[in-house]
Design a protein around this ligand. Structure first.
Ligand code: NAD
Ligand code: USQ
Length: 406
């Protein structure tokens, strides 16, 4: 298949592009490199030294003989360029990663809220609009989030996208309907993914666009089979307070002897998936497209759930680290249970990689190798969800006073 990977320079997009290219697909990365600019804005860098996208694709060609093409397009702002590109290239499938994906970054200031909404919603709408306008019958696979549901399972497993409800009619009968599971976003970023869902619902029904939405949990790990092949194919690895996600942050913190930064009681339960499984799931989704006219196909892309404090304790045990319980910069439930249905990927043959000491240690080893690149002052999470919360998060676990960057 000819596959466009939008956002293919990012943490999940890069290993996905390599995996699909390795499987023999003709891969075209479209990216505006905004994530690299955000590193510059925040004064941080990936823990791993990342080469330019052109250099990365050159090394991939040198190692495998396969070509991955790169196209510099801003999906949110260059609608006409995107439309022309789709009309000329006519991909069979499109994988859409190209959004601002950090919840803390989206809550940093009014400017960051505006940027996240404008970038994410316009990128998704421009894409759908251009697919219809160019008459393309490409299967669109979007990376959504578990966060569209909120994180409470109210005593029942969270289903894959849709919920059966009984509606009482005027005649007193109960009619059953399937609706999108009620959206309950916890940040501006997560809210944009809820808005994306409505855009997908509309375009699937109105124009017959074939869409799969993957409601993904928190991705952990760094290497996949393909990124291991050459030092310059290494994946990006975020550790800072805005883009680093919880388990990867704990592993890096353990590697450099920084107390593990648990927010609040650590009673938050979240869904997780290893980066290798994430790329496998995307391939499975690409191989199982919906028909035109079918409703949006929704998968829960996660393999296990864990409580944050349990993860911290596990990492502390493996690596001999300390755990710091800190004021929570976010507005979120202090404790929650989470049970999630992921039957569809299991039925398609996913054999999950679950958390185990060996894999966690592998990530700690990568982190130790690049520990010299860590700026410890960028570890604390200082983007507060509200003005009331901000003053409570101004000290880091090492007791230093902090100032939020905006
Ligand atoms: P990332 O920030 O590393 O990658 C996103 C890529 O998209 C970047 O290369 C960026 O430059 C590009 N991009 C952003 N806006 C763009 C635009 N307007 N035009 C063109 N390119 C643009 O993020 P990631 O961690 O790889 O996540 C990829 C997707 O998966 C996101 O949509 C995210 O919401 C979703 N997701 C990620 C995780 C996770 O734990 N990382 C979990 C669940 C879902
Ligand atoms: N947390 C800590 N300590 C830290 C960092 C985070 O206790 O140092 C806590 C947070 O308060 C939160 C939980 O860990 O309760 C998860 O935070 P996170 O930053 O790992 O994940 P989140 O903000 O939800 O976002 C990430 C990705 C996002 C994706 C989402 C999937 O950045 O793109 O959509 O995971 S999910 O969480 O399932 O919605």
């Amino acid at each position: 298949m000819k596959i466009a990977v939008l956002g293919g320079d990012g943490f999940v997009g890069w290993p996905t592009s390599l995996h699909l290219s390795d499987r023999g697909h003709d891969v075209h990365i479209v990216d505006n490199l905004s994530r690299r600019w955000i590193d510059t804005e925040l004064g941080v860098q990936s823990l791993t030294p990342m080469d330019s996208i052109q250099e990365r694709t050159r090394i991939w060609h040198q190692e495998t003989g396969r070509r991955i093409h790169f196209h510099l397009i801003d999906l949110a702002r260059d609608y006409e360029v995107l439309k022309r590109w789709l009309a000329e290239e006519r991909p069979d499938a499109i994988v859409h990663f190209a959004e601002q994906r950090a919840a803390p970054y989206s809550m940093k200031s009014d400017r960051h809220k505006n940027y996240t909404v404008n970038n994410n919603v316009s990128a998704t709408h421009n894409l759908l609009n251009a697919v219809v306008e160019t008459g393309l019958d490409a299967h669109l696979v979007h990376l959504g989030t578990m966060g569209v549901y909120g994180y409470s399972s109210v005593g029942a497993a969270i289903p894959e996208g849709y919920l059966s409800v009984g509606v009482e009619t005027l005649a007193g009968e109960t009619v059953s309907q399937e609706i999108l599971y009620p959206a309950n976003p916890g940040s501006i970023y997560h809210m944009t993914k809820c808005l994306d869902q409505l855009l997908f619902q509309f375009y699937a029904r109105n124009d017959g666009v074939r869409i799969t939405d993957l409601h993904q949990g928190i991705v952990w790990g760094t290497h996949t089979d393909q990124t291991r092949r050459h030092a310059q194919l290494v994946n990006r690895f975020d550790y800072d307070g805005d883009y680093g996600t919880v388990l990867n942050r704990f592993l890096i913190q353990a590697a450099i002897g920084y107390p593990l930064t648990v927010h609040g009681t650590g009673g938050q339960t979240r869904a997780f998936i290893h980066i290798q499984d994430s790329v496998r799931c995307i391939e499975l989704a690409l191989n199982n497209p919906p028909r035109s006219g079918e409703r949006v196909k929704i998968f829960n892309q996660m393999t296990e759930t864990h409580r944050v404090r349990d993860l911290a304790e596990m990492v502390a045990r493996i690596a001999g680290a300390e755990v710091a319980y800190l004021p929570n910069p976010r507005k979120e439930a202090a404790e929650n249970d989470l049970v999630v249905d992921n039957e569809q990927f299991m039925a398609l043959g996913l054999d999950p990689i679950t958390l185990e000491a060996g894999l966690l240690s592998e990530v700690i080893e990568v982190a130790k190798k690049f520990a010299y690149r860590v700026d410890r002052s960028r570890i604390p999470a200082v983007s507060a969800w509200t003005r009331d919360i901000a003053p409570t998060v101004e000290r880091d676990p090492e007791g230093r006073r902090l100032k939020s960057v905006s």
